[in-house]
Design a protein around this ligand. Structure first.
Ligand code: 5GP
Ligand code: ZN
Length: 112
């Protein structure tokens, strides 16, 4: 989608630190990491937010990619957090649905 920063990252028009890619999913390091590992998982298809993501296969693909990458990073045992900011109350800033994965250290117990 024109003007979408994550679509540009997926297309390679904006550089990113790629962590994972398959035919449906792209994952890259957050530009402002909030933990030792802070990775964003996005569908390659432009979908604005979790409310608009209604395709079971896409959700499935993203979560299996998260499981694969966290295992490869060796944080599947120590733990990690998956978070999707959806809409204004959650403070979503990029309107291409994405899942933050944070780990590699002890995380805050604050959820709000
Ligand atoms: P949100 O606030 O929408 O849940 O998260 C958007 C995330 O995208 C933020 O954590 C922000 O640091 C990250 N981000 C924004 N622009 C870029 C960029 O150009 N490159 C990368 N790697 N991350 C970005
Ligand atoms: Zn997009």
């Amino acid at each position: 989608m024109d003007g979408c920063i994550f679509c540009k990252i997926i297309k390679g028009e904006i550089p990113s630190k790629k962590v994972y890619e398959d035919s449906n999913v792209y994952a890259f390091s957050d530009i402002h990491p909030q933990a030792k590992h802070h990775i964003l998982f996005v569908p390659k298809q432009h979908i604005s937010g979790l409310t608009e993501l209604n395709d079971k296969e896409t959700l499935n693909n993203i979560f299996f990619a998260i499981k694969k990458v966290t295992k490869e990073l060796g944080i599947d045992g120590t733990g990690y957090r998956v978070c999707a900011n959806n809409g204004p109350d959650a403070g979503q800033t990029v309107f291409h649905v994405h899942f933050h994965v944070l780990g590699g250290q002890r995380l805050s117990d604050k959820m709000v």
